[in-house]
Write a protein that binds this ligand. Structure first.
Ligand code: DAH
Length: 339
């Protein structure tokens, strides 16, 4: 029986030495160690042995089983490692293969115009300021000299969160926040999103963008305002552009003006773009109202300032000759690709 066991061991080890894949390895395991396996068969036949022989043969069988099990484990690890290496080799990327071309993006026309506006003002020494879009009624209206029941609130249909909190209808509240936070000289622009409860149409959207400007210092005059806006208009709409101020009323500026630029399409002669006016309105502006300086703790006897606010959508529509504001929000690539 001993020879038989040794023969089985030799046969098994030989097979194990040559095994090349996991499937054959499992077959070998079943063939020798499985329920009907060769070694298991020996154990079953041990009942026929004498009492002296039985423990000796039993021990031998156990030793051989242990040897086979160890070898199976070693081979299993070896084969797994081999499979992994083969898989990795197969996955190797050929970097010389031609790639899939990703189409290159570009800036949205609103962002382009905003960047141009920022560049002009940063060039004149302005800093960028920011304020919250969910704003207190106090900053959005009250401190800007627009008390409750003031008729000018009607022109800015607002989204109220509650009685005291509103989605800002203009970037002007940032003027107050900046003047509260630092003393003159102040020279900032504030680009940002604003909200009004307006129906969507070719010239209205409940969400749009403004850029606010504020300069406060000793001896700031209307002349400084006009000079600044002139530089701005020429940079954005071309060297030949001129501006015109029309008297207007804003509660937070005195005097106030609406500012037009000469039509970028016809140069002022009158055309379809300017509706034969020769002029296109682009922003509101004025000298900061003494009351507004006062609520921010700035003495209007010592300091003066100017402010302006312009619509980014309107400017972009002018700059790129876009006749429907909705196009700016629809994210249609066929439209956006043109700019
Ligand atoms: N906030 C005004 C609006 O949304 C625009 C404006 C007008 C801003 C005059 C100003 C200004 O700073 O001086 O209609």
């Amino acid at each position: 029986m001993r020879e038989q066991i040794e023969a089985i061991a030799r046969e098994a080890m030989e097979k194990l030495e040559n095994v090349q894949d996991m499937k054959s390895l499992e077959e070998i395991r079943v063939l020798f160690l499985g329920k009907k396996g060769k070694l298991t068969g020996i154990l079953k036949g041990m009942g026929a042995l004498s009492a002296e022989e039985r423990p000796v043969i039993g021990q031998l069988v156990n030793e051989v089983r242990k040897q086979l099990e160890d070898s199976i484990t070693t081979n299993k690890n070896r084969l797994l490692q081999k499979e992994r290496e083969e898989r990795i080799a197969k996955e190797t990327i050929d970097v010389t293969m031609p790639g899939t071309l990703l189409s290159r993006g570009r800036k949205h026309p609103l962002t382009q115009v905003l960047d141009e506006i920022k560049e002009v003002f940063i060039g004149m020494g302005y800093e960028i300021a920011e304020g919250p879009e969910v704003e207190l009624d106090y900053y959005n209206f009250e401190a800007l000299n627009i008390p409750k029941n003031h008729p000018s609130r009607d022109t800015q249909d607002s989204f109220y969160i509650n009685e005291n909190v509103v989605l800002r209808t203009q970037t002007s509240p940032v003027q107050i926040r900046v003047m509260e936070a630092k003393k003159p000289p102040i020279k900032i622009i504030c680009p940002g999103r604003v909200y009004r409860s307006d129906q969507v149409d070719a010239t209205h959207s409940p969400i749009f963008h403004q850029v606010e400007g504020l300069v406060v210092d000793k001896g700031v005059t209307m002349g400084d305002l006009i000079g600044t806006l002139q530089v701005f208009a020429k940079s954005l709409f071309g060297e030949n552009t001129i501006i015109r101020l029309r008297p207007h009323h804003f509660p937070f500026t005195e005097p106030s003006a609406e500012v037009d630029v000469s039509c970028w399409a016809c140069g002022g002669k009158g055309c379809r773009v300017c509706k034969n006016e020769g002029w296109i309105e682009i922003l509101g502006a004025g000298m900061v109202h003494p009351k507004v300086l006062e609520v921010c703790g700035i003495d209007p006897k010592i300091y003066s300032g100017f402010a302006f606010g312009l619509g980014v959508e309107r400017t972009a529509m002018g700059r790129f000759n876009i006749d429907d504001m909705r196009l700016l929000y629809e994210n249609d690539m066929r439209f956006l690709k043109q700019f």
